[in-house]
Design a protein around this ligand. Structure first.
Ligand SMILES: CC(=O)N[C@H]1[C@@H](OP(=O)(O)OP(=O)(O)OC[C@H]2O[C@@H](n3ccc(=O)[nH]c3=O)[C@H](O)[C@@H]2O)O[C@H](CO)[C@@H](O)[C@@H]1O
Ligand SMILES: C=C(OP(=O)(O)O)C(=O)O
Length: 420
């Protein structure tokens, strides 16, 4: 198993190119199930989750040719409709094949994804919405068994909670349904917006893109032609490297980034003292020597993302005062706290709220990554901790960060990937 060894740096300097967004790539790859043609996707990140989803599609019979940051997916040979436990257990986002497979074939089996380190993460809203569209759904032996022998029918769906992959799943199901599907309380994340835009450009009319009410005009079973496109930049990867600049008081420039998607993250970093030079596709962070404490509440886009909570918590350990971070999306997304405490951080947890007394000196030690963003928080802490920090179980990090150690090394960090 690999681990990352990080030594304290004085400062970082240089340019980091941001990769395509994992959370946009996943629904966009699932979307190829709706296509009549071979779909060319550019700017994919080289991360484990992408390979996992492509493996899932290959197992179902699709042809996937993934080279560098491009993939060509041909689902005309896709004949199997069962997403098995061995793959789904490694990546919850496998649930994204449910909507498109059901819409195209009229039946689909997907292993229940189950919970994960950050929380229970049920998929009840995906299933209820599909039932509303006419699907018959049962859970048998740990599998979601879904059928729609007469096709899916457009209808009005109101999500009780905003769900990102739930919205993506239903948009894809609705794309091939008969009639119109209106989704109220839809997710507005840029990753959902891109999925809708590509579908819209491929002949599936979608009204309200980027708003909380989407109307998808179904094609009544007709597969669609999808032109080549590039995945949007990863706003969470970008946010993580901005935190690297802020915590190490280093000027860093991010390129191939979409500043518009980072509004709440930039606003919080500004409150903490950083300044920015922003162009259409670059952000340079000019950090301040003094990091100010912060109050953060995680919420759905465009508010502050839960996927940046762990990294800001690491940053808050170096602020000159007390920060308060409230996690509203996932009930157990504070697993990094105990590891940061082992490095010397002063953090108290009360349910969903972490109180971080900043200004403590961190010391390098062996720490365990427990989930994807917890991993990057530990890397950020390692950049400023005295001595050496070894981050173990980085298979979590490899799910979503493209060449993290190479990108950090290129700007002067001492980060090495080693074998246990
Ligand atoms: C692959 C991907 O894009 N993952 C992102 C996606 O996850 P994901 O799509 O799984 O997260 P959701 O938006 O669905 O979850 C939001 C909240 O709704 C709850 N819920 C969701 C579905 C459901 O059927 N029932 C239910 O109760 C969840 O437990 C959670 O508390 O959005 C999350 C919230 O921004 C991000 O942290 C993840 O990085
Ligand atoms: C929680 C995340 O991903 P996933 O939904 O795939 O677990 C994430 O990207 O931070």
């Amino acid at each position: 198993m690999d681990y990352l060894q990080i030594k304290r740096v004085n400062s970082l300097n240089g340019n980091i190119k941001i990769s395509g967004a994992k959370n946009a790539s996943l629904p966009l790859i699932a979307m190829t199930i709706l296509a009549i043609n071979s779909v060319h996707i550019k700017n994919l990140p080289q991360v484990a989750d992408i390979k996992t989803l492509l493996k899932l599609l290959s197992n179902l019979g699709a042809q996937c040719d993934f080279r560098d940051d491009k993939v060509v997916v041909d689902t005309s040979t896709l004949t199997q409709t069962k997403a098995t436990y061995d793959i789904v257990k490694t990546m919850r986002a496998s649930i994204l094949v449910l909507g498109p497979i059901l819409a195209r074939f009229g039946h689909c089996e997907v292993s229940l994804p189950g919970g994960c380190a950050i929380g229970q993460r049920p998929v009840d809203l995906h299933l209820k919405a599909l039932e509303h569209m006419g699907a018959k759904i049962s859970i048998e032996a740990g599998y979601i068994q879904a059928t729609a022998p007469n096709g899916l029918k457009g209808c009005d769906i109101i999500f009780d909670k905003i769900t990102v992959t739930g919205t993506a799943n239903i948009v894809m199901a609705a794309a091939l349904a008969s009639g119109n599907t209106t989704i109220t309380n839809a997710a507005r994340e840029p990753e959902v917006v891109q999925l809708c835009e590509i579908l819209n450009a491929s002949g599936v009319q979608i009204d309200g893109i980027g708003t909380a009410i989407l109307t998808v005009h179904g094609t009544n079973g007709k597969l669609i032609n999808i032109e080549e496109f590039a995945v949007i930049p990863d706003r969470i990867e970008a946010g993580t490297y901005l935190c690297a600049g802020a915590i190490s008081r280093s000027e860093l420039t991010l390129s191939s980034v979409e500043p518009k998607h980072l509004g709440s993250v930039l606003a919080k970093l500004e409150e903490m003292g950083s300044k920015f030079t922003i162009t259409e596709s670059t952000i340079t962070i000019h950090p301040s020597d003094v990091i100010k404490p912060i109050k953060i509440v995680t919420q759905e886009y465009p508010a502050f993302p839960t996927d940046m909570q762990a990294q800001f918590l690491a940053l808050a350990t170096q602020a000159n005062g007390t920060s308060i971070i409230e996690e509203r999306l996932f009930e157990n997304r504070f697993m990094h706290v105990s590891e940061l405490q082992r490095m010397g951080a002063d953090i108290s947890l009360n349910g969903h709220v972490a109180t971080i007394t900043g200004g403590t000196k961190l010391s390098g030690t062996d720490v365990m990554a427990t989930d994807l963003r917890a991993s990057s928080a530990l890397v950020l802490a390692g950049l400023v901790a005295d001595g050496t920090t070894n981050v173990h179980r980085i298979y979590h990090l490899d799910r979503g960060y493209d060449a993290l150690e190479k990108k950090l090394e290129a700007v002067g960090a001492d980060v090495r990937r080693l074998k246990e």
